[in-house]
Design a protein around this ligand. Structure first.
Ligand SMILES: C[S@@+](CC[C@H](N)C(=O)[O-])C[C@H]1O[C@@H](n2cnc3c(N)ncnc32)[C@H](O)[C@@H]1O
Length: 286
């Protein structure tokens, strides 16, 4: 059924932030981000090929699913960051003094909220003071020494270590002398301790409050499955484990001062009960 398409070829279309699909030497469709997944968009003039293309993708790309998902995530970031960089001058200086990194849905009023959504256009949304930006390349171009306060909750564990280093360097440069950077991060120590000591009360509570296993088959509901989820997260989106020691070491190495672990602070930290139960807090000054 798919024979007449010939072998499918892919190419990165950096300007449009998508992966192009070629059949018989012609661009016939694009793979684009859809949430964390990938969607096939067949070009209108080749709409008749849709079923064949879907079938061909399923067979020819079966072992490339993850690579293609990554390719779409990466190539969309080039476009999103370019568009968002161009929009930087529409951000009021006042808003740029408090930066919320990896905000997810938790946009905060009066802050510059930043998160990367590969399936959304780049640019600055004034209504939500939200900037779509891939922070693996560091902060968007903010004026140096212009920021008073930076905050992130459950975000830095989504970066590879070298990406975290690059981002923190740009945070150090963007903060005013004495400006504060604060991190809310998963408390892996707590989970590992409970797992190693067989603390069933802690582990069962974690399973039920997070509803971790609701969509899992019965054979994947052991404590090691819970720990795997905590470490790797859904879609393996966690990249690194931080605790107060290694994050503190890194912050000091990058020239931050007054590095200290802290307790939960209602005026800045995430109010969600789950976050409070499974986080630790560390902060430093530029
Ligand atoms: C676990 S969520 C945390 C969301 C929110 N801060 C909270 O505490 O509920 C991690 C967030 O990091 C964002 N993220 C992951 N990689 C990113 C990147 N390279 N640039 C910007 N945001 C990213 C994700 O899109 C997601 O919203």
């Amino acid at each position: 059924m798919t024979d007449n398409l010939g072998p499918l070829l892919v190419a990165l279309d950096a300007t449009r932030g998508r992966v192009l699909l070629f059949a018989n030497g012609q661009a016939v469709a694009a793979l684009v981000a859809s949430g964390q997944d990938v969607k096939l968009e067949v070009f209108p003039e080749h709409a008749g090929l849709r079923q064949q293309l879907l079938a061909a993708c399923r067979t020819q790309f079966v072992a490339l699913k993850e690579s293609l998902r990554h390719a779409v995530y990466e190539v969309a970031a080039l476009k999103v960051n370019t568009e968002s960089t161009a929009a930087m001058n529409s951000i009021p200086a006042e808003t740029g003094r408090r930066v919320h990194m990896g905000c997810g849905g938790e946009v905060r009023e009066g802050w510059l909220n930043i998160d990367y959504a590969p399936d959304r256009p780049g640019g600055y949304d004034v209504r939500r003071s939200f900037l779509n930006y891939d922070l693996r390349r560091g902060l968007p171009p903010l004026e140096s020494a212009s920021v008073d306060l930076m905050f992130s909750s459950h975000f830095f564990e989504h970066l590879r270590r070298e990406e975290a280093v690059a981002l923190l360097k740009s945070c150090r440069a963007a903060l005013k002398p004495g400006g504060l950077i604060r991190f809310e991060l998963p408390n892996f120590q707590k989970s590992f301790r409970a797992y190693a000591s067989g603390d069933a009360t802690f582990l069962d509570t974690a399973i039920s409050t997070h509803r971790v296993f609701d969509r899992e088959p019965p054979w994947a509901r052991a404590y090691a499955d819970l720990i795997s989820r905590a470490v790797y997260e859904v879609d393996y989106s966690h990249k690194y484990i931080w605790d107060a020691e290694n994050m503190g070491n890194l912050l000091r190495a990058l020239g931050f001062n007054d590095v200290s672990e802290d307790v939960y602070r209602a005026d800045i930290d995430s109010a969600h009960e789950i976050r409070r139960e499974y986080s630790f807090y560390i902060q430093a000054r530029a």
